[in-house]
Design a protein around this ligand. Structure first.
Ligand SMILES: *Cc1c(COP(=O)(O)O)cnc(C)c1O
Length: 425
């Protein structure tokens, strides 16, 4: 199908504004660091799967051909054994952590499980885990499973609908709270918690906090040490651009007395002694379990390097400008077609994606992808998420996206699509 054609730009100055902002954007040179085989495609799903950094192509080829193909098992001691630790150290400055307190291991769901069980075992006798209804489903499922396994602990799922989520969480924390675990940025609405405030409230009640940084790492400045957070996990394949299924990172504060409940040989003090008893390593390596997926682990490095090079201050500034611009244009041009903004309007409480609600959201998403060359994603029942990755999203992308949405509502494009959802979106 042919992409929809854009009519003349609206005479509201928005096109000129987009062009001018791109011309003075201090991050504009980073766009060319990412593979973009179709220059007409506007990719707004970097909050789900970041784009491919071009240096990753060479890096992965080198790992396959040289490190695996030629060096074979000799690459374990020379290169691979400490790689998860090294990449953890590279991620550390992005989350306000010391290099020795961060490591890459397993998927986000699995590291969450390890840290939640570890936290519950560290604070025995308390009755509930405070979590909210905005959290990513896997976080809720994993927390419930961990609570069942450890026993005598239940989830308190805080209802955030129509209230200030920060106030609601603080009100739910009491002396029986074993753990507070939240997504720093909520995956659906993009709501951004005040990490300092929540962490302080938890500590006043004598409990631990575990932050899931999946939707904030690489795009929102984070200061885990500054607010004395205890535990954190996060994805590497979203704003860090590590590639599909790249393993997650975890942070454990040196002050937190938490152990890894899934003790495997990679967490052992001396794995190559091959002894029959488990002795955890003293370092953050004790949170590893088994052999790392070296190919996808290696692919994390180039994306993290780009984020570090650009700097989180500049990234956050542009992220706020992009989301503000999108919200302004949506209010002006999309409201008449039935869209409403479902993300916080206060930029200080918003991550880097904006959700628009529309009763025909699933159809609109399909038409945008197939006919308009815009890739957002859909979250049931009616949210279309538009993710703005400041390293490769331009102001012109934001502007063109809004015009293409307007275009989709003209004519009969939407009628071509079913109103019920496929399985993977
Ligand atoms: C993306 C995301 C995950 C994904 O977990 P996986 O184990 O990598 O599938 C988990 N939690 C949050 C908050 C996320 O945004």
């Amino acid at each position: 199908m042919k992409p929809v054609s854009l009519g003349p730009f609206p005479a509201d100055g928005s096109h000129t504004e987009a062009v001018a902002r791109d011309a003075t954007d201090p991050l504009r040179r980073f766009r060319q660091e990412f593979a973009s085989p179709d220059p007409d495609l506007i990719y707004l799903d970097g909050n789900s799967l970041g784009r491919l950094p071009t240096t990753t192509i060479g890096r992965v080829a080198e790992v396959v051909t040289d490190e695996w193909g030629t060096q074979l098992i000799r690459s374990w001691p020379s290169r691979w054994w400490d790689l998860a630790d090294e990449i953890g150290s590279q991620i550390a400055p992005l989350i306000g952590a010391a290099p020795e307190d961060v490591i890459v291991a397993d998927s986000t769901s699995v590291v969450l499980f390890k840290l939640i069980v570890g936290a519950l075992q560290a604070v025995p006798g308390r009755k509930h885990i405070v979590i909210d209804d905005m959290n990513f489903p896997t976080d809720l499922y994993v927390a419930a499973a961990a609570a069942r396994l450890v026993g005598d602990t239940e989830l308190t799922v805080v209802d955030t609908d129509g209230v200030d989520p920060g106030d609601a969480i603080v009100a739910a924390i009491d002396s029986q709270t074993a753990l507070v675990t939240l997504s720093h940025v909520a995956f659906k609405s993009g709501y951004l918690y005040d990490m300092d405030r929540i962490t302080r409230a938890a500590h006043e009640a004598g409990t631990l906090v575990l932050w899931d940084l999946s939707h904030s790492v690489g795009v929102v400045p984070i200061d885990l040490r500054g607010c004395s957070a205890d535990l954190a996990v996060g994805c590497t394949y979203k704003y860090l651009n590590g590639g599909p299924g790249s393993p997650a990172f975890l942070y454990v504060s040196p002050a937190a007395d938490v152990e890894n409940p899934l003790s495997g040989w990679w967490g052992h003090q001396d794995p190559f002694a091959f002894t029959t008893d488990y002795q955890p390593d003293d370092s953050i390596k004790r949170f590893q379990t088994g052999t790392m997926p070296v190919l996808s682990l290696s692919a994390i490095e180039p994306g993290v390097a780009l984020v570090c090079e650009a700097g989180l201050e500049a990234i956050r500034r542009k992220s706020v400008e992009l989301t503000e611009f999108f919200i302004q244009l949506s209010d002006r041009l999309l409201r008449p077609s039935g869209f409403s903004v479902a993300s916080p309007r206060d930029a200080g409480r918003r991550g880097s994606h904006v959700s628009l609600c529309h009763e025909d959201g699933w159809r609109v998403t399909q038409a945008l992808i197939a006919d308009a060359k815009v890739i957002p994603d859909f979250r049931a029942p009616d949210n279309i998420r538009f993710g703005f990755a400041p390293l490769y999203t331009s102001f012109a992308d934001v502007h063109t996206t809004v015009l293409r949405i307007v275009e989709v509502f003209q004519g009969t494009i939407l009628d071509r699509y079913p109103s019920t959802r496929d399985s993977v979106t």
